[in-house]
Design a binder for this molecule. Structure first.
Ligand SMILES: Cc1ncc(COP(=O)(O)O)c(C=O)c1O
Length: 394
């Protein structure tokens, strides 16, 4: 039997008690223990797995390409790096004024008010807070294969109640099925668009009409980590729903297009009352550093950098897809900075072989099929992938 987590259980789990404050202050191990004791979205365990993978890669005779975490090898922008250096002397101050400026910049960019914006040290912090909040209220609906579908691992005891809806045959979110299954128990619907690990994107009109009809019944959480790579990010985003006052929560990150994975900046867009509720489970922006916030303001202004990243991403992605075709592999259409394709051997076996060649990738198993996900890197990295993959499957 499962039960729904309340805030008291979460506090008792030791995370806040041990840190005295919030997520950003807790050590990885403490946070990991706290979250896994609740059985909720064990993102820290995921990071630990990545650290193990990185150690294996480092042990390879020659590290040629890190293509397993959807990072952006062209970032951060030189203007962002300069902002970090310029603001480093101010780092003895708490980040209040700089984060206020960042919130204003983000609000202006999206045509929302600053009280509809909440910052986080990466969007992971905000995603976890959203799921914890949803778990206090009911069930979280998600696609059978999406960014978080493998992480609410435990089906016993204190497990978040989830409902997983299979993807359609062409690996789209099945919004019709999801809408039909929403009921009074559903507290949140998680939609990752473009989806990770598939890279597949929903037509924006379809998702907007889903938000129109479903958000009066439950919060629609749209994870837009990869939306910057979509054909028309401004209109493909669900930000219009926020402007219309709907019960929609959007999560964005600078880890991808802006190359900030190690700088940790993400943000949520939502109605002020919902963001206030979210603050019960996260720092509300206090975890963001002066240097990273200043770098984010600079990076948002640097359109030339963003255009360069998009141009290079398209070029490398085309090379990757053409290479896969030439080697007899098909792939899913990707609107993100990675490509997922079905493989003809077991995923862990491929990973091991690729690692020995100095290239890291990720593997999945779903729909009775092993899959490989390759992040988009520089042309040299894509060539290293092609070479390592050809050797690994021969
Ligand atoms: C779909 C999705 N959401 C959220 C995140 C978390 O990003 P970050 O915490 O770096 O902002 C990632 C990271 O890869 C992701 O793929």
């Amino acid at each position: 039997m499962s039960f729904i987590v309340n805030r008291r259980d979460w506090l008792k789990s030791g995370l806040l008690a041990s840190s005295g404050l919030a997520l950003g202050s807790a050590t990885t191990a403490q946070a990991s223990t706290a979250y896994s004791s609740l059985g909720i979205f064990d993102v820290y365990a995921e990071r630990e797995r990545e650290i193990v993978q990185e150690a294996l890669l480092a042990a390879a005779p020659q590290v040629r390409a890190r293509l397993s975490s959807n990072e952006n090898p062209w970032g951060p922008a030189p203007t962002a790096i300069k902002a970090i250096a310029d603001n480093a002397p101010k780092a003895f101050l708490y980040a209040g004024p700089v984060t206020a400026e960042l919130k204003k910049t983000i609000a202006g960019m999206h045509g929302v008010t600053p009280d509809q914006v909440m910052l986080g040290a990466g969007s992971s912090e905000l995603l976890m807070a959203s799921l914890l909040l949803a778990a206090t209220k009911g069930k979280v609906m998600m696609a059978e294969t999406c960014y978080i579908s493998g992480r609410d691992a435990r089906e016993d005891g204190a497990t978040m109640k989830t409902e997983k809806v299979p993807l359609t045959k062409d690996y789209q979110y099945d919004l019709e099925a999801m809408a039909t299954r929403v009921n009074s128990e559903t507290s949140m619907i998680y939609v990752c668009n473009p989806n990770n690990p598939t890279g597949v994107m929903l037509p924006s009109a379809k998702l907007k009409s889903f938000c129109d009809s479903v958000s009066p019944k439950a919060t629609v959480l749209v994870d837009e980590a990869y939306i910057d790579y979509a054909p028309n990010p401004a209109t493909d985003s669900m930000v219009e729903c926020i402007r219309k006052g709907q019960n929609v929560l959007i999560l964005r990150t600078l880890s991808k297009l802006h190359g900030f994975a190690g700088l940790r900046i993400g943000y949520a867009l939502g109605q002020p009352a919902l963001l206030k509720d979210l603050r019960k489970f996260c720092s509300g922006g206090f975890t963001v550093s002066t240097t990273s916030a200043a770098a984010a303001v600079a990076s948002f202004k640097d359109k030339a950098f963003q255009d360069m990243v998009l141009k290079n991403t398209i070029e490398s992605k085309k090379f990757l897809c053409d290479s896969l075709t030439s080697m007899g592999y098909s792939y899913l259409p990707s609107s993100a900075n990675f490509v997922l394709f079905p493989i003809k051997m077991k995923g862990p076996m491929l990973l091991q072989k690729m690692m020995a060649e100095g290239v890291s990738v990720k593997s999945w198993f779903f729909d009775q099929q092993h899959w490989c996900r390759v992040s988009i890197g520089t042309m040299d990295e894509m060539k290293a992938f092609k070479d390592a993959f050809a050797k690994s499957v021969s």
